[in-house]
Structures are given as structure tokens and as C-alpha cells.
Design a protein around this ligand. Structure first.
Ligand code: ISE
Length: 327
């Protein structure tokens, strides 16, 4: 059986993680890693026995599939190039930073008539989240989703950046777990001298329900959790497994402060599933519609942050390609 030749664009934290996973899995060959920065690029290539190139655009023809993990602002151009060359692609979130670019990608893929790009909304592969989704399947209409996301960043980020880099994950969780689009969003940010610390989104859902997303950028540990109320029951994500340690007269459980470690296995499962889906010839996993719809909420939430009032989320018509496809 011939291996799928995969190229990885970007060798930062996420690109390196994906490249290592590809190199460690069967059925795929890491043919190159691309990054304008030579030092980290060639070091990662040497570690994984592949080659480094400065510009992924020069070597797209040497790959059967692509991972896009470069800085967010470059996602759109590589996603378009992937569609032009009909390369199955795993694109990190966010799909784009501009909503108009996300819509252009939706239209280009819809014109092609088949799904090529999977979005890196990897919580759909996380065991704790999967348990919630499975439990909800028999509990009827979702009335409320409460998502809590804590980061430990010491450097303040503007609200717009928090939305597109971090809160976009929770926006996808809300859409996925409720099975409903977000129609309106109201953003409340707690501003301190150093910048935004806590951002709360209150969302109206197309099914008549509501969602609240609570994002804390100044937490003392990294945590992601979700709780959902549905017509016939309430589901709370399990706590991550952590040993409690009794020492020095204290019982403690370490929660860690980085966003990578809790999801390391999730990224591996995501990569395995993406490679298997390419082998099967049928794309699955979060779609570019999910990327576009999440970006539309990001944009409306930024408008609401500036105006102090709720903002309507406006979506284009969903192409037939994505109808009936779960988020
Ligand atoms: C980061 O890019 C992620 O994807 C993490 O999951 C998220 O928790 C963090 O806030 C982001 O910056």
C-alpha cells in the first residue's frame, strides 16, 4: 500500500505537533515541512527525517494532502490553493481572519462539489466532549450551552484577537453540541489597565435556546469545560483525570497552565481520523461551513464589543454540499 504524501505548512507549536503525529502514524509520509523561518523548519525536518522548504506554495505538487498550521492570516491563501489543486487539507482554526475570505472558500469548495478541507476544531475528537455529544443524542432539544475556557496568558490580547484565536473554539462547541446556528451575540468584556481579562458572550440560538461562553484570559491554570441543558436532561463534561496529591498538609490536583498538554491525545486522534477519511475517499469532521459560521459569530461578537449592544449574526445561504452534514 502506498503512503499518502503529506506536507505541513507552518512549524510553530501546532504545525510541529501535526508533523510529529503524521510521522508517527501508519499510512502517511511526511514529505516536507514549510516555514519561512529556517532554524525551526530545518530542525523539525531533521528530527522527523523529512525536508524543510521556505515556501509551501513551491512544493504543493509534491504532496497528496496538506496541513495548514501557519499564522492565521495566511490560512485563506493556502486553503484556496488546496482547493485549486484538489488537495485534501486539514486547516487549523480559524479558517480565516476575514469573513469575506471564509465565504470565498465556502463558495470555491461548493463549486468543486466535494469537501476537501477539514477544520481543526479538534474538540470533536476529545473524549470528554464526545461523551457530552453522545449523551445529548437522546435528551431532546438543547436549551442552554455553557462553555467555560480559561487561559493563563500574561500578555494582554485585544478582544478581537481573543475571539478569533481562542473563543472561536467555544463558538464551534456551542454550534456542534446544540446542533443549531448562533443567530445573535452580545459581548461583555471586563477591561483592566492591561487590557481585556474576561470576555462573556451571550448567544441566541436558531432553535430558540441560549448559550453563554465565559472566557478568562488571566486564569491560574488552563481549563476547558462545557455543560448543556436539554429538554430531558443536563450533561456536564467530566473533569480531566488528575491524581490528587497529598503533601505538606495539602491535597492538590495539578491542572497545568498550557493549552497543549490536555489535548495531546486529541490531536493524535484527529490526525488518525483525518488520514483515514482521506483513505476512505469521504471527508468528515468539521467543515469549511463550520469555519465560516464560527467566523461570522466572531465578527458579530467584535461588533457587539465595540457597540455595547447585541449584534445579529448574518450567514449566507448554506450550499447543498454542507446540508445535513453535522458540525
Ligand atoms: C490556542 O490557539 C488554542 O487553540 C487553544 O485551544 C486555546 O485554548 C487557546 O486559547 C488558543 O490561543
Amino acid at each position: 500500500m502506498t503512503s499518502l504524501r503529506v506536507g505541513v505548512i507552518g512549524v510553530g507549536g501546532m504545525g510541529a505537533c501535526h508533523a510529529r503525529n503524521i510521522a508517527g502514524l501508519t499510512g502517511a509520509e511526511l514529505v516536507w515541512v514549510a516555514d519561512p523561518a529556517e532554524d525551526p523548519g530545518s530542525a523539525l525536518a531533521a528530527e522527523l527525517g523529512t525536508r524543510w522548504v521556505a515556501d509551501g506554495c513551491d512544493v504543493l505538487d509534491d504532496a497528496d494532502a496538506l496541513v495548514i498550521a501557519c499564522p492565521d492570516r495566511f490560512h485563506a491563501q493556502f486553503a484556496m490553493a488546496a482547493i485549486e489543486r484538489e488537495l485534501p487539507t486539514l486547516c487549523e482554526k480559524p479558517l480565516t481572519v476575514e469573513l469575506s475570505d471564509a465565504w470565498a472558500i465556502v463558495e470555491a469548495e461548493a463549486a468543486l462539489g466535494r469537501r476537501l478541507i477539514q477544520l481543526g476544531f479538534m474538540r470533536v475528537y476529545d473524549e470528554r466532549h464526545v461523551q457530552v455529544a453522545e449523551a445529548l443524542a437522546t435528551l431532546g432539544e438543547v436549551n442552554h450551552v455553557r462553555a467555560v475556557h480559561r487561559n493563563t496568558n500574561s500578555t494582554a490580547r485585544p478582544v478581537a484577537q481573543l475571539l478569533v484565536e481562542s473563543i472561536v473554539h467555544d463558538i464551534h462547541s456551542v454550534r456542534w453540541l446544540s446542533g443549531s446556528e448562533i443567530t445573535e451575540v452580545h459581548t461583555s468584556a471586563v477591561m483592566r489597565a492591561r487590557g481585556p481579562r474576561v470576555v462573556v458572550l451571550t448567544c441566541r440560538l436558531a432553535n430558540g435556546g441560549v448559550a453563554t461562553i465565559e472566557f478568562d484570559d488571566t486564569a491560574t491554570g488552563y481549563e476547558v469545560s462545557v455543560e448543556v441543558s436539554a429538554e430531558r436532561g443536563n450533561v456536564v463534561a467530566a473533569d480531566p483525570l488528575r491524581a490528587s496529591v497529598r503533601a505538606n498538609g495539602v491535597v492538590a490536583a495539578e491542572i497545568g497552565d498550557d493549552w497543549f498538554t490536555p489535548f495531546l491525545e486529541t490531536y493524535r486522534v484527529e490526525m488518525r481520523d483525518w488520514l483515514d477519511s482521506i483513505a476512505s475517499g469521504v471527508a468528515r469532521g468539521p467543515s469549511v461551513w463550520d469555519g465560516y459560521a464560527a467566523q461570522a459569530v466572531v465578527e458579530a461578537a467584535a461588533v457587539s464589543d465595540r457597540s455595547g449592544r447585541p449584534a445579529v449574526v448574518t450567514l449566507g445561504d448554506m450550499p447543498a454540499l454542507y446540508q445535513g452534514v453535522p458540525s
